[in-house]
Design a binder for this molecule. Sequence first.
Ligand SMILES: Cc1cc2nc3c(=O)[nH]c(=O)nc-3n(C[C@H](O)[C@H](O)[C@H](O)COP(=O)(O)OP(=O)(O)OC[C@H]3O[C@@H](n4cnc5c(N)ncnc54)[C@H](O)[C@@H]3O)c2cc1C
Length: 626
Amino acid sequence: MVARLLRRSTAALASRSANYNRNFTTQTQPLRAADKKAPDSKSFAVNMFRGTTVTDQVFPFAEVLTAEQRETLEMLVDPTDKFFQEQNDPLKNDEICDVPKETMDGLKAMGAFGLQVPTELGGLGLSNSQYARLVEVVGCHDLAVGIVLGAHQSIGFKGILLAGNPEQKKKYLPDVASGKNIAAFALTEPGSGSDAASVRTRAELSPDGSHYILNGNKLWISNGGFAEIFTVFAQTPFKDEKTGVTKDKMSAFIVERAFGGVTHSKPESKMGIKASNTAEVYFDNTKIPKENLLGGYGEGFKVAMNILNNGRFGMGAALSGTMRASIAKATDFAVNRTQFGRKINTFGAIQEKLAIMAIKHYVCESIAYSVAGNMDRGFQDFQIEAAISKIFASEAAWFVTDEAIQIMGGMGFMKETGLEKVLRDIRIFRIFEGTNDILRLFIALTGMQYAGAHLRELQKAMKSPGTNLGLVFSEASKRLFKSAGAGSSSKALVPFVHPSMSDQAALCSQAVEEFGQAVEQALIKYRKSIMDEQFVLNRIADAAIDTYAMAAVLSRASRSIEKKLPSAEHEARMARVWCNQAYDRVKVNLGQTRGEKNLQNYKDMSTIAGEICEKGGVAHVGPLGL
Ligand SMILES: Cc1cc2nc3c(=O)[nH]c(=O)nc-3n(C[C@H](O)[C@H](O)[C@H](O)COP(=O)(O)OP(=O)(O)OC[C@H]3O[C@@H](n4cnc5c(N)ncnc54)[C@H](O)[C@@H]3O)c2cc1C
């Protein structure tokens, strides 16, 4: 019976999932479900989908800086902070919708345009963790300047660092590292946003085979108005050697403005990050030398996803800096403002706000540095964690800054306080580099694909249990254990966590186990149609985010206690509150993946949305009927 259910649930999911994910700005290479043997991952988040705790990437909290790296960082952090405090005026930049030349020149002189370019090619050669710490400083002061720097190096020329050949690196990296040439990442088009694989910009090989000819429009390109170097994604004709059929496949190219035929629109007028330049970029018969193909021919989608996956932790770090600054402003106000004869920080309502703001900041920082640290340690399977980092950071930063404004009352609403600008700036982070909605689907589907592959393997093993005794036996005992009602007694993480957080470690272990069960039930119930169950997938993603975040903070707070950091007790307190509250949310979210009432709600919401779309807005009649 179990075998039949598993067979039905997982067989078809595999192939469809691969396509769906491809269109979701994802990189699923390591998790391809079509592989015969189910893939093995060291990712904590991926393994949560099987209800398994794999601790390698989370416990102990990553300690990655060498003494030399720490020293370099120490030399960089304070001067960068001082530069932003003394020489950059974020409100002025916002007003003039530009970053003044002196600021740009100052940043170039500090090496801020080539943070991760190897030193032998003119950059500072920073690791991901070092980079994270510096962008945190930038995020603390001015997110718009952060976008100019990030569009340049986190995505603009990152493809050359990740996929470029030695000649390309030698030719392009020194001038982008110095800031002589600014770079941009050109993927989005008027008809192609979240569905990144659907770009229409084309590159065709010239008749003599010496160069590609590029034609198309790219929309909302950060730095697009002044970049000299573009990483451009375009369709190229690709012949499948097996079938002989030619289809379009995306390729990536390094395009210089100097190649000709490159123009741009005037800068977009935006809600926030106004000092950053966002423009449409047009390519009209632009000649790209053949050697400027980046990555393999037809490999452009993979290059794009690699760039985005590699850069997401940076957003987490930058927004940690932003939150730190917002919390400082709100705290300063709260301890000085008197109402009803008391300082407002003595009221429980304000205390709850401050505590939750700090806890969210702690979670955000822990995740961002955990991802950066794992990347520095050479782990390759960090995509789900990186997506969690981006989602969590962008939503937490919005929440924290909004609450900071609330704590400051009318003063928070005033321009001079600086928070309204920050709130406007933060809004874009939930939209670009993969909307949070798409990333939630990516998290849920990538994880379920992995769990599905393992279920399929088990189903196969059960066909010939004699030759697969080990696997069948271990799975059977696991299931028996759960069906006997013992499923929620897992304490797998307790030994990894400081005893003062044992209860929370047990909650996190339980969350992982219950999460795995909910995923399995959903796979069995929906089989391949799980792809279309976005109401369910969103709840699975939210439970995944909370559960992973529990593990990240437990790990960090345990390390702080072990190292006797001055804030260790404070951190443990925050970790306990976070885990207690997150576990409750996980229960609710997992509960909402099933149950007649919930499923009926989803059907009703789908119908309500249909009625709204039909009416072109709200479909209900006003209370007065006119
Ligand atoms: C200021 C700014 C700077 C930018 N910089 C760059 C840059 O430097 N380079 C670059 O290439 N791009 C850039 N972009 C583009 C940005 O990455 C895209 O806006 C983003 O990827 C979303 O695409 P879209 O706006 O077309 O939204 P759409 O894809 O049209 O999505 C609209 C809404 O529908 C949702 N949605 C779409 N598909 C699905 C689905 N299958 N299921 C459920 N929901 C779905 C989305 O989540 C979103 O809420 C920038 C955009 C802005 C605003």
